[in-house]
Design a protein around this ligand. Structure first.
Ligand code: ATP
Ligand code: ZN
Length: 289
């Protein structure tokens, strides 16, 4: 592997980003076996290698051009202050980097943090945030289990990644303020590469966008009387304009539309009330705009 002219994509070796990263790469048609080798996987049907790394290392591997693409959380991109291209938000790995304090502590506002100790695995982002707010604190850099620091009296507060908040709660902590929101991104190196690899990256990016569009949408089909058509169309969300098809009974038509994948039940009930029948909603595998 390595200096062989193949496209290298960095993904997390194991952890919260691993499964979704692999699912996306397989869904866009890359054929590889991620289980045979813990360091890298050879893609059988394209000149591509998937490189498995700690998520902390991915931004720099991509910045330095060792890997041309990477899938990593925005929080790590900010923390490493790398110069890369943010290509596509991947709609997974959502979390916030937040400052949390012990429930019932005397810290009740950001100003109360002045002179206090804050433990975090994200010292760079935290330092920038505090500097912007004009607050001086002692930042204690910890690589894991940050949430137990206040109970051990190692710190007065923490800055950590939060998704559901259950870890904070279990450690008698609560959010004081959010610093930044994050999700996983497809990132690209700015280091020059061959025109063939540029073309391959464009192909992969466009397939990933199509996959994400498909996941965010559903395909709606319904039948209705022509007399109900206007009301039904004006109440049907649509990616583009809905398709209207004639049926063997000239009084009826069929309406097809790509709809957003949310609030589906309310939409279906509303369309039924407006006279729609045979309402069918199906998954979309691929949606190339
Ligand atoms: P590694 O061994 O790769 O360094 P890690 O322990 O740093 O693993 P994970 O806990 O797997 O990493 O988190 C990886 C990324 O998942 C985070 O950087 C963040 O972008 C995202 N993430 C989403 N929700 C959370 C959460 N609740 N806690 C931590 N990370 C989260
Ligand atoms: Zn990590």
């Amino acid at each position: 592997m390595l200096l062989n002219g193949k496209l290298k994509i960095a993904v997390q070796k194991s952890g919260r980003l691993f499964e979704e990263s692999i699912t996306i790469l397989k869904s866009i048609g890359l054929d590889f076996n991620e289980k045979s080798n813990k360091l890298f996987a050879l893609v059988k049907n394209y000149p591509i290698e998937i490189i498995f790394l700690r998520d902390d290392d991915i931004p720099e591997y991509v910045q330095d051009g060792i890997c041309q693409l990477g899938m990593v959380g925005y929080n790590e991109i900010l923390e490493k202050k790398v110069d890369i291209d943010l290509l596509i938000p991947l709609n997974f790995g959502q979390c916030k980097l937040s400052i949390a304090k012990p429930i019932g502590s005397e810290i009740n506002s950001i100003e109360d943090l002045e002179g206090k100790r804050i433990a975090s695995s994200y010292p760079v982002v935290l330092k920038d945030y505090l500097a912007k707010k004009g607050i001086k604190c002692k930042i204690i850099e910890i690589s894991g289990s940050v949430e137990i620091c206040p109970s051990l009296d190692v710190a007065d507060a923490i800055a950590d990644l939060v998704s559901t908040g259950s870890t904070l709660k279990a450690n008698q902590l609560e959010i004081l303020t959010d610093i930044v929101e994050s999700e996983a991104y497809l990132i690209k190196s700015k280091v020059d590469i061959s025109p063939e690899l540029v073309e391959l990256i464009e192909k992969l990016s466009s397939r990933i966008s199509a996959y994400l569009n498909a996941k965010a949408s559903k395909y709606l089909m319904l039948n209705c009387k022509r007399s109900h058509l206007n009301a039904i169309i004006s109440n049907t969300p649509s990616l583009e304009t809905p398709t209207i098809l004639s049926l063997s009974d000239p009084n009826y038509v069929s309406v097809h539309s790509v709809i957003p994948n949310n609030n589906i039940w309310n939409l279906v009930e509303n369309l039924k009330d407006l006279g729609a029948s045979g309402i069918l909603i199906t998954k979309i595998e691929n949606l190339m705009p």
